[in-house]
Design a protein around this ligand. Sequence first.
Ligand SMILES: NC(=O)c1ccc[n+]([C@@H]2O[C@H](COP(=O)([O-])OP(=O)(O)OC[C@H]3O[C@@H](n4cnc5c(N)ncnc54)[C@H](OP(=O)(O)O)[C@@H]3O)[C@@H](O)[C@H]2O)c1
Length: 289
Amino acid sequence: MKILVTGASGQLGSTFKSIASQGQAEDLEFVFKSSSELDITDFDAVHEELVSSNYAYCINCAAFTNVDKAESENDLAYRINVTGARNLAMNCNESSTVLIHISTDFVFDGFLNTPYLEEDIARPIGFYGDTKYKGERAIINNLEEHFIIRTSWLYSEHEHNFMKTMLKLGAERDELSVVYDQVGTPTYALDLAHVVLHIIKAHSIDYGVYNYSNEGVGSWYDFAKEIFQQYKIDINLKPIRSEEYPTPAERPKFSVLDKSKIKNTFGLQIPHWKDSLAVALKAYSRINI
Ligand SMILES: NC(=O)c1ccc[n+]([C@@H]2O[C@H](COP(=O)([O-])OP(=O)(O)OC[C@H]3O[C@@H](n4cnc5c(N)ncnc54)[C@H](OP(=O)(O)O)[C@@H]3O)[C@@H](O)[C@H]2O)c1
């Protein structure tokens, strides 16, 4: 089975690359395309790639992911997250390719205080979330054979993410302040990647929108605290409110995702975020000895 991975040099794309290089998905033939090899905003290039090759699946890991920069770089964020998603959907439709697209908890406003269901109203409060939601709609309107997986707080040993930022700051500073009034669930990219492969290997036709994160709940402060504790970094960590750490983009205060649909549909058992963090930190240590 031939699988196209777009945005292959990013965090999630690199995770799929490492799975493939370790021979953990030998029955699948991956074709990895970085942004310079396949620009998803270029309709003709996407058409050429998808229609000339016989891909069973396209996993879209390409996105404009800088939440703060999206507030000022509106056009670029829209082109990548909306036009790019539409280009993939239209060409997947023509080439009979199933599209697996990754979306975000930032499609929600964060005003609920119970975990978000897939059918809860999406009301993004920032431009990034807005483009990601419009990207979802562009896929749904152009392609029946799609899986849209909304995830949250993605981290791993690859590329840039919160875990690696904390480890870097932990090595440089004695004291650090992290917000404790934004609550969600960290998600290890390797767990998400395995779920995507599980859906592919199951040849599922249960198309639609799914939530996926690790189990459990925490604030960014809790996440940082656990990283420092597990990695044995001694640092004075202070919980602060979002107002004390102003950013160009507002973030949802509560973005815990209800994962019942993906668990029931695919028979999944999801690891708790603290257990997955231990796995990620081990992988990070192996790379950074
Ligand atoms: N990171 C999170 O916390 C988080 C949370 C929830 C959901 N998500 C979603 O999860 C997915 C994967 O995120 P990630 O953390 O792996 O992001 P990432 O590390 O920023 O990777 C995104 C990749 O997309 C590529 N890209 C940008 N513009 C492109 C274009 N026009 N054509 C092709 N590729 C392009 C980037 O390449 P360049 O570097 O060359 O620009 C980069 O390699 C995204 O859909 C994101 O919205 C992420």
